[in-house]
Design a protein around this ligand. Sequence first.
Ligand code: SF4
Length: 436
Amino acid sequence: MRSSGKNNKIAVVDLETGSILYKELTMDMAQHIGGAAVNTLLLKEYSHQTPLVLGTGPLTGGFAPGSCLMVASFYSDDKKICHLPVVVKSGVMLKLSEIDFALFLGRSQKDCVVVVEKGRICIEPADDLAGLSIPQTVKQLNSRGIQEIALMAGPNSTDPHGAAGTAVFGGFDRCGLAGFMKSKNICAIVLKGGGKIPFAAKDLQEDRHLTAQIKKQLPKQKSMSVLEKMVDCNLAKDLVKKYFRHSHACFHCPVGCINFLQYPKKHRESSNNEDTAKGVFILDHQGFAALCKKRPQDAHIFMGRAMALGLDPQALSEKLDPGTGFDQAIAQMENVATAQRKEQNNVMDNIPHGISGDVYHRFGGALPQIRPQNSKEPFGTWEERVAFAMIVGVCPIPLLLQLISPTALIPFITRDQSQAKIYHSNLEKSIKMVLN
Ligand code: SF4
């Protein structure tokens, strides 16, 4: 690995034949920095082979806050390019497998699990995963010695409201990645890198400074770090206050916005379903807030159920009736899961003024809808901030919460002033390309 934190390597996997080809990044790709921008170039180059691209940025796996990011890119049904942020530690694991980008072409003949590890990529059978819920799939993969599950299509991946996610944490998929994975017969993608990513000594100092700054700005109640800035989510705040037990942070993130909410005692004791376990991790705050409007007392239980079934909680909130009893509502939810609905998710209808509905949807359709206050700064709008994060390889949420500015992250890429100017101008071009 080179000292810049880049491997400069692309793995091209043909799912039909199982063959794998390794390529170097071209000069043009290097000028587009990484992440969603390079993914776009790769999608265009292989467009005739229905590619799925996983990519990292130069900051992924390093000391920049929230450097966990991997970007999953694909052409949606309407031929638009979608870039889904995948957090927890996916990007780091991809980088540690000594590649920066992985392309999956064509379609596997049978359901499969793709395992990417240092020096090799294996396509393993998935016969034992048929019909299993997400927690059951995790358990089954664990029994094969697999822990690092970056993406799972889920048992309802053919449903229009199927949502891909990272094991029990869920994710930000309201743009159809689950169905796209299923169309390639990929049930899960496992990333098992190992070793260390080199870093510049000054990165450590910079990181301490930024982390301290971020921590100072976080609310006293850590569980509110995202909800505090979202509008129209008082019911979600009330439920979090009642059931919050601890927060979970992705790789190298001082924000730790993933809330673990415990289920009520009665539910924990009466449940004989391992899907529901003790509680639920909430990463998709928008989806949770939507469910809370319909079920202010027990939305977290419904969230857990939706995640176990691999379904989008926001789409389900539109189907739930606040007047139905608990068991009836759960049954209604499962009917929704199995029915083949025709209508598409209408995430674009509810986007706040000032955020492009089209761009919001193409970045997954589930990121917090928080408009930055001073959009005159460089890369200051919601769209530019998310595109910036998705190119350099950090989680967009700390940037949307305005805990950190894009310019504060540039020193992790270069400290040379003339180099920084070139980077800035390349970033502008790359962001434009990704947003077009
Ligand atoms: S802000 Fe939240 S989702 Fe993003 S990296 Fe940090 S903990 Fe993960």
